[in-house]
Design a protein around this ligand. Structure first.
Ligand SMILES: [Zn+2]
Ligand SMILES: [Zn+2]
Length: 339
C-alpha cells in the first residue's frame, strides 16, 4: 500500500469505486498516514500539522478530507525576480512569461520588444532615454495594477507584488478528499479555488487571466518557478517549471509533485525518459498500473497546470478553522479576483 504513504491512494479509489454510498471507508481513514503526508512537505513550510476533517465536496458528497495550512508567504521558497528594472537587464533580473505555448524570459530586451512581439504600437513600458522599466514598486501600486480592472494609471507597467506586501499571518488551508470522488459533471476549466498544492509547499493556481493583463498593456511575470504574488492569496504558481520537478517517482514515471484539489496525484509533465504520455484526457489525467489515476501538469507555456478536475474538489479556506462546504459558492462564473 505504498501509495497511501504518498498522500492519497488512487489504486484504492479504483478498487473501491462503486462500493456503496459512502465514498470512503473506516479502513481508508484509518490507513491514511498523516505523518507521511506531512513529511512530503519541507520542514517549516506547513503551519501546524495536517489533520483529517469532515468536508462537503463540490457536488455535495460528504466525506473525509485532509486539511493542510500553508503560509501565503512561503518563507521556505525562493521567490522572484519578476520585472527587470532596466532594458539593459539580463534574464537573471527578470522572470518568465507564457505566450502561445512557449515560455519567454522577461529580460530587458523582451520589454523593449513588446510592441513588435504583440504587433501593437501601444506597448511602451520603458523610458527610451534611460531604459528604465515601469515597475509597480509599492503595495498600493501592486494592488491597483493587479486587480482585474487594471487602474489606468498602471497601463504599460510591469506588475509585480513583493512577498513583503503579503499581510502577516495570511494563510490558505487546503481541504482535499483522502478518497477522490468522481465528478458527474466535469467543468471545462479549473475553478477559482485553483489546481491544488505542490509538495514544495506552494499553491498551484488556475490560469492567469492573460486577456485582462495584456489588454491593459501590462505584464505580470512569473518567476523562474512559475509563480508570482497577489495580495489576496499570496504566492501562487501558474506554470510548473523544472523547479518543482526534481527527481522521478520510484516507478520511473514523472516526478510526483503534488496533490490536486480533488485528491488525485499530480505528476510532472514528462516521464523520466519518455515524452508526454499520449493518452491524457482533457483535464490532463490518465491511469497507469503503478500509479492509478493521476494528472500530468501542462507545459509551462500553456498557462494551464490542469485543464480541469475529474473529481469533486474540496475547498481552499482563508480561516483554517472554517469547515469546507464546496457547494457553498455563488452560481455562475467564479468571481474575478486579483491575478
Ligand atoms: Zn502518468
Ligand atoms: Zn497569478
Amino acid at each position: 500500500m505504498r501509495h497511501l504513504t504518498s498522500g492519497v491512494s488512487a489504486l484504492l479509489v479504483a478498487s473501491l469505486a462503486g462500493c456503496g454510498s459512502s465514498p470512503e471507508t473506516n479502513a481508508t481513514v484509518a490507513a491514511f498516514d498523516l505523518r507521511a503526508f506531512a513529511n512530503r512537505f519541507p520542514p517549516r513550510s506547513v503551519i501546524g500539522a495536517p489533520r483529517l476533517v469532515d468536508c462537503k465536496l463540490s457536488e455535495g458528497v460528504t466525506t473525509t478530507c485532509v486539511a493542510i495550512t500553508l503560509p501565503a508567504n512561503p518563507e521556505t521558497f525562493d521567490m522572484g525576480p519578476w520585472c527587470p528594472s532596466n532594458t539593459a537587464d539580463g534574464a537573471d533580473r527578470g522572470g518568465i512569461w507564457p505566450d502561445g505555448g512557449k515560455v519567454y524570459d522577461v529580460d530587458g530586451s523582451f520589454i523593449e520588444n513588446l510592441a513588435t512581439f504583440y504587433n501593437d504600437p501601444a506597448w511602451k513600458m520603458y523610458d527610451p532615454q534611460t531604459g528604465a522599466v515601469n515597475v509597480t514598486d509599492t503595495p498600493e501600486a501592486c494592488a491597483a495594477a493587479a486587480r482585474p480592472d487594471v487602474d489606468p494609471r498602471y497601463n504599460n507597467y510591469c506588475v509585480q507584488c513583493l512577498a513583503s506586501y503579503i499581510k502577516n499571518g495570511l494563510t490558505n488551508t487546503y481541504v482535499i478528499p483522502i478518497q477522490p470522488v468522481a465528478a458527474t459533471r466535469i467543468e471545462t476549466r479549473v475553478g477559482h479555488a485553483g489546481v491544488g498544492i505542490a509538495f514544495r509547499g506552494v499553491r498551484l493556481d488556475a490560469p492567469a487571466p492573460l486577456d485582462d493583463i495584456l489588454s491593459a498593456h501590462t505584464l505580470a511575470p512569473f518567476d523562474d518557478c512559475g509563480g508570482h504574488v497577489n495580495p489576496a492569496v499570496g504566492y501562487h504558481i501558474h506554470a510548473v517549471t523544472d523547479c518543482l520537478q526534481k527527481g522521478t517517482s520510484a516507478t520511473g514515471h514523472a516526478a510526483h509533485i503534488g496533490l490536486a484539489l480533488d485528491g488525485y496525484p499530480l505528476y510532472a509533465r514528462l516521464d523520466a525518459s519518455s515524452p508526454v504520455p499520449g493518452d491524457l484526457n482533457a483535464c490532463g489525467g490518465h491511469t497507469t498500473v503503478d500509479e492509478g489515476y493521476h494528472y500530468h501538469v501542462g507545459d509551462a507555456g500553456s498557462n494551464a497546470i490542469l485543464g480541469c478536475h475529474t473529481g469533486q474538489v474540496g475547498c481552499v479556506l482563508e480561516d483554517p478553522d472554517a469547515s469546507c462546504d464546496a457547494t457553498a459558492r455563488p452560481a455562475g462564473p467564479p468571481p474575478k479576483r486579483p491575478r
